[in-house]
Design a protein around this ligand. Sequence first.
Ligand code: HEM
Length: 118
Amino acid sequence: MLDIIRLLLLTAHLFGMAAVVGTFFVQMRHRSGFSTNLVLGGAIVQVATGIALVGARYASDLEVNHVKIAVKIGIGGAVLVAAVLAARAQRGQGRVKPLFHTAGGLATVNVLVAALWQ
Ligand code: HEM
């Protein structure tokens, strides 16, 4: 049962990643009209499911790499802050592009951390 919960959380985690990184790749060369709400939603899902995944791994007695998780929380938190600021800048006519690139670029770094650091 716990395994099914962990795998469903991992599925949601990967959909969240797709929302942030996919939107970034499609719109990175745009000058305006960024889908900041999609990136923000994905970033919230990433941090929430990421923390839940750590709990699920503990509950299943699976190995948890604490340094890797600390790095992922740090980068994931920065992605979330950049996504919140990007969404706010878009509503208030601020400069969206640098914040959009910060969120998308850092999320891409977190994919590399997730996949290459085993
Ligand atoms: C933008 C932020 C993030 C991205 C792009 C991302 C990406 C990924 C990817 C691609 C995987 C699958 C590869 C693997 O299993 O190693 C993964 C797994 C995982 N992530 Fe993240 N992640 C993010 C944030 C976080 C955060 C904030 C946490 C923890 C607080 C976290 C915890 C985990 C855990 C525990 C797994 C392994 C799941 C399992 O196999 O049981 N992630 N992440």
